[in-house]
Design a protein around this ligand. Structure first.
Ligand code: DO4
Ligand code: MG
Length: 305
């Protein structure tokens, strides 16, 4: 099951279910289901209950259904359009979960600062993963929304990542795509600048849907691809596989929840397995497309802040 949120002029935020290329308006059947987060609360954060509740409603779905193409375009208030699939109370990120990420980052640091040459390698191999606070809903954007390039960064990159949504008791209630947009030059200048490298306006794109676990039988066997399009031309593309991740999600959750109150609906981004070369840093107007099997394509345009 794939769930979305969308804007309906005159009605506001709607929760929808995507079936056969059409989005059915669940809020029209059940007005209290006004967002994905409300559905998480109603289903007490349980994926099976959430699916059961939606399936029940599907039988009563009204004719209020829209073609995907009608919704999948830039946000214009007077037109219906996709919103981020959840307004997460918090977004957390994990880092250096793929060997390629560790190697590329170490090589960069080694060329600048010999004394800290192995910090990323140490993170990749150590028991404790790197876990960082990433965003809140107002810093996130949805499908087709603007991702930010900080005004003080010359090297901001896209990090295409598989993300999961937490219910309660560490349960994963769905999967989505996250673009962990990051100002790499700030992080390289000094790892202590990580919060500034990671958290700013439009630093996190989410969507286009939340795919429930029944849609994703094996989250460690998903093709992840990324394209950067500049002036209508694909200037960069690469792929990886979620199976290359060096850690299990249970392990990430074990550290995330340790002495830390994680609210239901929190989104956890699992780290990038694609390291975009420095020469393909984001420029104003670049379009970034990230595709993950079973979830869809998340497309966003970069803007300089
Ligand atoms: O160490 C810095 C951030 C790492 C990260 O975001 C990633 O590997 O995806
Ligand atoms: Mg990342």
């Amino acid at each position: 099951m794939k769930l979305v949120q969308f804007h309906l002029p005159g009605a506001g935020i709607r929760l929808g279910v995507l079936q056969g290329g059409r989005v059915y308006d669940l809020t029209a059947v059940e007005p209290v289901w006004d967002s994905f987060l409300t559905l998480v609360e109603i289903s007490r954060g349980r994926a099976d209950l959430l699916e059961e509740l939606v399936l029940e409603k599907i039988t009563q779905l009204p004719d209020a259904a829209y073609e995907w193409e009608e919704l999948d375009h830039n946000a214009v208030f007077s037109k219906k359009h996709l919103l981020m699939p959840i307004f997460p109370p918090e977004v957390w990120g994990f880092g250096v979960t793929y060997q390629r990420s560790a190697e590329a980052r170490d090589a960069d640091v080694a060329s600048q600062m010999d004394s800290t040459a192995s910090i990323y390698d140490r993170v990749y191999h150590s028991e404790r993963p790197e876990c960082f606070f990433k965003a809140t809903a107002p810093r996130c954007v949805g499908p087709n929304g603007p991702i930010g390039i900080r005004s003080d960064s010359e090297l901001t990159a896209t990090e295409p990542e598989l993300a999961y949504v937490l219910g309660v008791d560490r349960e994963i209630i769905g999967y989505t795509i996250c673009n962990d947009v990051s100002a790499w030059d700030l992080e390289r200048d000094n790892p202590l600048y990580l919060p500034q490298s990671k958290i700013f306006t439009g630093c996190c794109a989410l969507g286009p849907v939340i795919a429930t676990p029944s849609e994703i039988p094996d989250p460690y066997a998903l093709k992840i691809s990324c394209r950067i399009i500049r002036s209508g031309e694909v200037i960069y593309s690469d792929t990886t596989d979620s199976g290359r991740i060096g850690r299990r999600f249970e392990e990430l959750n074990e550290y995330l929840y340790r002495d830390n109150p994680i609210p239901p609906g929190t989104v956890v981004s699992t780290g990038t397995g694609i390291m975009v070369p420095n020469e393909h840093n984001l420029r104003d107007g670049d379009v970034v497309e990230i595709e993950i099997e079973g979830i869809g394509v998340l497309s966003n345009t970069a803007i300089r802040l």
